[in-house]
Design a protein around this ligand. Structure first.
Ligand SMILES: Cc1ncc(COP(=O)(O)O)c(C=O)c1O
Length: 376
C-alpha cells in the first residue's frame, strides 16, 4: 500500500490516530438502557478513577460532547454563583476558561503569563494571600496551544495551603503524565476520550472530589451541563440521563484495555516521551527551532517556529505532508508564526521517523534551504 492510499497518521492533539481494535469495537449497536451497556459504562468510570488514584476521594462524572463541554460543565457545577475564580492563563485553553466564566456570569480575576512561560506558583501564593474572596483556582496542565507543561504539583500545593478549590483542565495530559490526586490535590480534573487514552471523540469526563460535588446541587445554570444531576442520576439508575454516546463508550472501554496492557501512565507516557524526543531531535537536525526549551516541553505536542525563508508556505507544507500520509496541525500562538506536530495517539517510532522523512522530502521539494525562524 502506498503512503497516499493508507489512512493518514494524525500527528495532531486529538482527535488522533486510534488502533483498529478500538475502531472495531464500534461495529455493534447497544441499547442505552441495556444492562450490558450499563456495566461497560460503570467499568469505564471505575477505570478512570483508578488512573488518578482517586477511587476513595473522587467520583467520575461523564458527559456527552467534546472537551470544552466537560470543562464548562465542571466549572458551572462546582463554582458557586457567588464564587470567585482565579484563572491561570498562558494560552488558548486558559483563555477559554475565562471566557466560560464570562458566559456563566461568575466573578474572576486572571494571572496571565506569556505563551512560552509556565504559570508561577509563587505569584499565585501572593494573590491568594491577598484576596480571601477567591474560592477557586483554575489551571491547564499542558497548554496544548504551545505544548507547555504547567507546574500543577506546585499550583496544587499552594492552592491547598490556602484552602481554596483547584480545577485542572488535564485534557491533553490525562493518562500520559502522572496526575495522582493524592500528590496533586484537586476538586476536579477534566479530560476527554480522544486524547492520551486514545479513544474516539464524543465524551468528556471529570473526576470530582466527593466533598466538592455533594454540596453542588443548584449551582449549574444549565440542565444538560449539570454534573451534579448527571452524577446523582447515574448513581441511582446506572443509566445516562440523556442519550449516551454508546459507541464512543464501547470503543473507550477497549482503548482502556490497551492502555492498561501498555503499562498505564508509565507505559503510555514513556512511548509519547520517545515520540517527542525523536521528533524534536529530527526536526532540529533539519534546522527547525522549537518554541519551548526542553525543560517545559510536555511530550504531547511540539510547536515549531515557521522558517523565515520565503519559500516556506504552511499550506503547501501541510498538503504535501498529507499527501505523504501525515496530518499535522497549524499553530495557535498569538506571539509567533508556528506549526505543531503531535506526539500522541497510536503512533510510535516508526511513524515519527516516517513523518520526519516526509518533512525532509517536502522541504527539499519546496526549496526551503534555511529552516531558522525570523531572527534565528
Ligand atoms: C487543554 C485543552 N483543554 C480543552 C480543550 C478543548 O477540547 P475540545 O476541542 O475537544 O472541545 C483542548 C482541546 O484540544 C485542550 O487541549
Amino acid at each position: 500500500m502506498t503512503a497516499a492510499k493508507r489512512e493518514p497518521w494524525l500527528l495532531t492533539p486529538g482527535p488522533l490516530t486510534t488502533t483498529a481494535e478500538t475502531k472495531k469495537a464500534m461495529l455493534h449497536d447497544w441499547g442505552s438502557r441495556d444492562e450490558e451497556f450499563n456495566e461497560t459504562n460503570a467499568r469505564v468510570r471505575r477505570r478512570l478513577l483508578a488512573i488518578a488514584g482517586a477511587q476513595d476521594s473522587h467520583v467520575c462524572v461523564t458527559l456527552q460532547g467534546s472537551g470544552t463541554f466537560i470543562v464548562e460543565a465542571a466549572m458551572a457545577t462546582l463554582i458557586p454563583r457567588d464564587g470567585k475564580s482565579l484563572v491561570l492563563i498562558n494560552g488558548a485553553y486558559g483563555k477559554r476558561m475565562a471566557k466560560i466564566l464570562d458566559y456563566l456570569g461568575r466573578s474572576y480575576v486572571s494571572q496571565e503569563t506569556p505563551e512560552d512561560t509556565p504559570c508561577d506558583a509563587g505569584v499565585l501564593d501572593q494573590a491568594l494571600a491577598a484576596d480571601p474572596a477567591i474560592t477557586h483556582v483554575l489551571v491547564v496542565h499542558c497548554e496544548t496551544t504551545s505544548g507547555l507543561l504547567n507546574p500543577v504539583e506546585a499550583i496544587a500545593a499552594v492552592t491547598a495551603k490556602h484552602r481554596r478549590g483547584l480545577i485542572i483542565d488535564s485534557m491533553s495530559t490525562f493518562g500520559a503524565l502522572p496526575l495522582d490526586v493524592k500528590s496533586v490535590p484537586c476538586d476536579a480534573l477534566m479530560a476527554s476520550t480522544n486524547k492520551c487514552l486514545e479513544g474516539v471523540p464524543g465524551m468528556g469526563f471529570a473526576l470530582i472530589r466527593r466533598a466538592a460535588i455533594e454540596p453542588a446541587k443548584g449551582n449549574a445554570h444549565s440542565l444538560s451541563l449539570d454534573l451534579y444531576d448527571q452524577w446523582t442520576a447515574m448513581e441511582k439508575t446506572r443509566q445516562w440521563r440523556f442519550t449516551p454516546p454508546t459507541h464512543v463508550i464501547a470503543a473507550f472501554d477497549k482503548a482502556l484495555d490497551q492502555f492498561e496492557a501498555e503499562g498505564g501512565v508509565k507505559g503510555r507516557g514513556g512511548r509519547y516521551a520517545d515520540n517527542c524526543r525523536i521528533l524534536v531531535g529530527g526536526m532540529r537536525e533539519m534546522g527547525f527551532k522549537t518554541l519551548l526549551p526542553d525543560e517545559i516541553q510536555a511530550p504531547i505536542i511540539v510547536t515549531f517556529l515557521t522558517p523565515a525563508d520565503a519559500r516556506f508556505d504552511f499550506q503547501v507544507f501541510y498538503d504535501s505532508l498529507k499527501n505523504r500520509g501525515y496530518v499535522i496541525y497549524p499553530g495557535k500562538l498569538t506571539v509567533a508564526d508556528s506549526f505543531r506536530i503531535g506526539c500522541i495517539g497510536a503512533l510510535s517510532e516508526t511513524e515519527i521517523r516516517g513523518a520526519l522523512d516526509a518533512v525532509r522530502a517536502t522541504i527539499a521539494e519546496m526549496g526551503v534551504a534555511d529552516r531558522a525562524p525570523g531572527n534565528g
